[in-house]
Design a protein around this ligand. Structure first.
Ligand SMILES: Nc1ncnc2c1ncn2[C@@H]1O[C@H](COP(=O)(O)OP(=O)(O)O)[C@@H](O)[C@H]1O
Ligand SMILES: N[C@@H](CCOP(=O)(O)O)C(=O)O
Length: 309
């Protein structure tokens, strides 16, 4: 028996929304095929990307699958074949998407009838394997599609944010897959924050969510800022501040770090001078010794799965 699922890349955090907000985009996707195998209780990982770990405990798709099977009392052996389309370590939710696609494929394989929230719950365990923390934002976006807010983690609750504005997405992404990047980025987080920063970030968060719902570009621009997490992790993306300045100067709706970086997310529309943003950003990347790729994308839908046989 086998089943297949595909899940899109995502940009988590979206300014002030650390571990809460995330956006699925069609920049890249991972495809996972789950197959039953003869050896009971065994999980085998295969992948076209030789750089990801094949140990099921260390692979996001493997750990999530293991916990799902355990909780459901399934002792069948399963092979998880991961066709990675999403480069990892760039802030594009690569580990999360593999985990989501594996959970959706296994759900299909054993007809588990998981709800979307249950899929998020199990996929989150996969993030423990890749970043040492079961953060929910990337996996929630890949499960639901669109722009989501995680409103509770125990139990998992996710809301899709209605987006009433037409915009496009530009990802400015330095080349080179970075091993253990999100794990390192989470170790850089402050354990305490100033009340004044908390207030500022809460204003940004309200502005951003209201901006998407009302279709108000000014509110989005005002909200797409972060005084806490983006700042604490600045050494991971020294190019970001300058690129954001360039994007805003050239009429972008807003810009923020994608996930834990180093990719920079730019939201833009027909009033944006995209060519100028690209030319000037390339110079900034060069100045920091980076080769940057530009990826155009749009908001994507949620995970899709099908039974193969
Ligand atoms: N299925 C997987 N897909 C991608 N990376 C994985 C997977 N399983 C484990 N990893 C590990 O997780 C890390 C990438 O995750 P992370 O740093 O969060 O980047 P991303 O922003 O792409 O999710 C790498 O160290 C990689 O080896
Ligand atoms: N909320 C997480 C998101 C990490 O996203 P990634 O795509 O960089 O793995 C965090 O900021 O740690």
């Amino acid at each position: 028996m086998s089943a297949k699922a595909e899940a899109y890349s995502s940009s988590a955090n979206l300014g002030p929304g650390f571990d809460i907000l995330s956006m699925a985009h069609n920049a890249f996707k991972d495809i996972v095929i789950a197959r039953t195998i003869e050896e009971k209780g065994k999980i085998i990982i295969k992948s076209n990307n030789p750089k990801i770990p094949l140990d099921p405990e260390k692979n996001s798709a493997g750990l999530a699958t293991k916990i799902l099977l355990q909780e459901k009392g399934i002792d069948e052996g399963v092979e998880i074949e991961i066709n990675k389309g999403i480069p990892f370590g760039l802030g594009l939710g690569s580990s999360g998407a593999s985990s989501v696609a594996a959970i959706a494929a296994v759900n299909e394989l054993f007809e588990l009838k998981l709800t979307q929230e249950e899929m998020v719950k199990y996929s989150m365990f996969g993030e423990q394997a890749s970043s040492g923390s079961p953060h929910p934002d990337n996996v929630a976006a890949s499960v639901y599609g669109g722009i989501i807010a995680v409103t509770s983690v125990s139990p998992v609750k996710v809301e899709k944010i209605p987006v009433n504005l037409d915009f496009k997405i530009l990802l400015i992404s330095p080349q080179g897959e970075r091993e253990g990047k999100t794990k390192k980025a989470r170790e850089m987080l402050p354990s305490k924050i100033d009340l004044s920063l908390y207030v500022k970030n809460s204003r940004y968060l309200s502005s951003l969510i209201l901006g998407f719902i009302k279709g108000d570009k000014e509110l989005i621009k005002q909200g797409l800022n972060d005084e806490i997490v983006e700042v604490a992790r600045e050494p991971l993306y020294p190019h970001y501040k300058k690129i954001k300045e360039i994007a805003l100067k050239n009429g972008a709706i807003g810009s923020c770090v994608s996930g834990a970086g180093p990719t920079v997310l730019v939201l833009y529309d027909d009033n944006t001078n995209l060519d100028k943003i690209k030319v000037e950003s390339l110079e900034v990347c060069k100045a920091f010794g980076l080769t940057c790729n530009f990826i155009s994308a749009q908001i994507a839908g949620g995970v899709k799965s099908e039974r193969l046989n």
